[in-house]
Design a protein around this ligand. Sequence first.
Ligand code: FEO
Ligand code: CA
Ligand code: CA
Length: 676
Amino acid sequence: MTLTPSRRQLLPMAGHTRGTRSAATCHFKCGDACLKDEGSTSTSPAFAAVVEASLSRRNLLLGLGAVVAAAGSGAVTARPAAAAGAPGAPAAAAAGAGTVGPKGLAFTPIASVASTVDELTVPAGYTWKPIISWGDPVVQGAPAFDLDRQSAAAQEQQFGYNCDYLAVLPQGKNKALLVANHEYTNENLMVPGFTSEDALTDEQLRTSIAAHGLSVVALRQGKDGFWEVEPSKHGRRFTALSTEFELRGPVAGSDLLKTAKDPSGRRVVGTLNNCAGGTTPWGTVLSGEENFDQYFRGDANGDPRNRDTYGLVDKTGKVGTGRYWYRVDDRFDVVKTPNEINRFGWIVEVDPRDPRSTPVKHTAMGRFKHEGATTIVAKKGNVVAYMGDDTADQHLYKFVSRDRVPGRSGGRSELLDAGDLYVAKFSADGPVTTDRDGTGEWIPLTKDGESAVPGMSLEEVLVFTRAAAAAVGATPMDRPEDVEPDPRTGYVYVACTNNSNRAAAGPANPRPKNKYGHVIELREAGDDATGTRFEWSLLLVCGDPADPTTYFSGFPADRVSPISCPDNVAFDAREPGLWVSTDGAPSSITRNDALHFVPLTGPERGRVSQFLAVPTGAETCGPWIDAADGSVFVNVQHPGEVDGAVVDRPASKFPYSASSQRTPRPSTVQVRRTGK
Ligand code: FEO
Ligand code: CA
Ligand code: CA
């Protein structure tokens, strides 16, 4: 059924979106975050201001004609004249010369793709195939996808919606386990005849709840090198509807986590808005609960530590509708079940190898809008996890385990149950070189099992972590998303996707038209990931390379691909170089979102080369890189998320199968080198 515009309810963000971002994206993806004020109350200068100071110092050097050799890299700090001198130049075409990429994944960069194009674009010599799509069977015996016969019971056995984090974990020759997050739902693209969210039936609401969570499926590699799902006892869904998680760590069992249905404060049903993630040294997967607030109907008179700090009311004081989930479950109503929301916003751990294992939520790692968590084993043996809170002007964190590897117990680890939680404070000080813009400090929020924040108890610090970070003067950041250490060097890469909301409204933003984000390189002092001091530099200041405010670590701007709104960062296990996927290029540089490759050392440092482009309305998620296999895996999230699109009037038909003609289906895709 095709809807007439007059019958469709305007989304709350219509008329309020920043730039050209669609109202559909703001509502379904971000929970209308732009209408809320969740900026940190920290008095520390915003990271944007620190960046401004650094860039000013860098520009001053350039204005004096200084060219400083970068330690160990041979690169220079000089900004190439081409970057400032060629506005309007066809950067994509200029970037396309030559072959780039690591061994096993050499490619000729593609030109950026207009944001209206409904194609998955890959380099010459590469071919792509979908592995699994929304609604495909996951659990053995699950029903096949049927757009007109959806149910919560079926969805609980099928691949969820809007796949985000992605891991492809080898399990011996030609076998692997695929783990995917399912971050959120677009009911307008899922439900035939959709009119408005409040018109959804209870069964449709339960189906949406079941479409959240994670999936695990077994894969087998065919002779052609492409991976396919095979029925397996490992097939498993973790959903927001019915999967029980164990709360662990210092806050488990505290009064703040107890509800009438769970007086223990240790068992919680479901996981929400699972965004990015990472693998652990012991083979499990971590997943971040991000914009969990949007599923709860707020309480105007409720605990301000949630109401204000975690976005349960908008700037006018209006409470959120919680996607109407409260209609099918009281726990999504903060008035009726005030503590339920405290049981979301954590880092989740699942063991894909054991289909009977109980998934965990780790309270020692703090509660905020977790983008994800990635781990590295420090020289001393402690496990260190890096984490971003993806909201404008929120913070960057790390967790250092108290105990050291191996510390294992079965398939999971107790290493994440106890440790110190830190938040980052940046300074622009000292000399500027290519790979150094300033220093920083990790400020403890918890230390040796106790609160390190004056006036806050341990459980308050861990449940209301944003307030704790603000209290110690953490640096407000430009939406830190994925944060990942390079497994070869331990250097940490922080994708700050943008801060356009703040930039439009706040005088402190040094790049008021900065809709494009940046990537920071962070180097722990003494290469000790457990330490409290670091140096940092700007690896990339993103945007159209013709824009003179962009910066690519000194690499000539006329030889890089346009890049905007970096979101996920990833490394291959064996081949050096950073992979960066984007979320927001359509609304900022009017190009489809992308996956890029960026060398980190030598004369190619900072050379951004575009590997692929996702279809219109989509975001590039995952990614998972396997150069030895000649494969790149990505999750194509929210294809066709374009204002006005509904089932039977889609903006995208991705992945272009018979079953996706009426509406697109978010999918995991393998891109494989098949030619020369
Ligand atoms: Fe779910 Fe911050 O992206
Ligand atoms: Ca993300
Ligand atoms: Ca990552």
